[in-house]
Write a protein that binds this ligand. Structure first.
Ligand SMILES: Cc1cc2nc3c(=O)[nH]c(=O)nc-3n(C[C@H](O)[C@H](O)[C@H](O)COP(=O)(O)O)c2cc1C
Length: 136
């Protein structure tokens, strides 16, 4: 799913896309990008530990900083049967960061099929094209 989002984003001219695992992602990455696509599996009704760790490592230093204020973001989730716990927990924390949600999330339930991947690609295009156009 992340690769499909990145492919969509990459297809927008003038946009540079960076695909990173949460564990490798730093505060500087959050500061340096124009928009974010956050992806996570749902584990035990919550976001993955790796995404939570990214938030834990960066929240206090990021909170209130102009570099992240109203930064546009989108979310994609893979789940066995629900995904809403992961989605809600991510969106709640993003309110704390003062990120700005700019498009509906993609929540895959069960098998990752071509439809899901197409939705992810679309998600990547939307966030990238919007950032490029400066509409957020
Ligand atoms: C430890 C663990 C906990 C899980 N908990 C949930 C859950 O609470 N709700 C759900 O819908 N799926 C749950 N699943 C299923 C995963 O969300 C699903 O298989 C997802 O596609 C895994 O993505 P991944 O292959 O990137 O890890 C769980 C899977 C694992 C391994």
């Amino acid at each position: 799913m992340a690769e499909a989002v990145a492919r969509g984003s990459d297809s927008i001219e003038n946009v540079e896309t960076t695909l990173k695992e949460a564990r490798e992602t730093s505060l500087d990455d959050l500061f340096g990008c124009d928009g974010l696509a956050l992806g996570s599996p749902e584990y035990f009704g919550y976001m993955s530990g790796a995404i939570k760790d990214l938030f834990d490592r960066t929240y206090y230093q990021a909170r209130g900083r102009k570099e992240i204020y109203k930064k546009p973001y989108v979310v994609f989730i893979s789940a066995g049967n629900d995904g809403l716990g992961a989605l809600r927990s991510i969106e709640r924390i993003c309110v704390g960061y003062q990120f700005k949600k700019v498009y509906e999330p993609v929540v895959a339930r069960g098998e990752i099929d071509e439809t899901v991947l197409a939705q992810c690609e679309e998600l990547g295009k939307v966030i990238a094209a919007g950032c490029d156009a400066g509409i957020y």
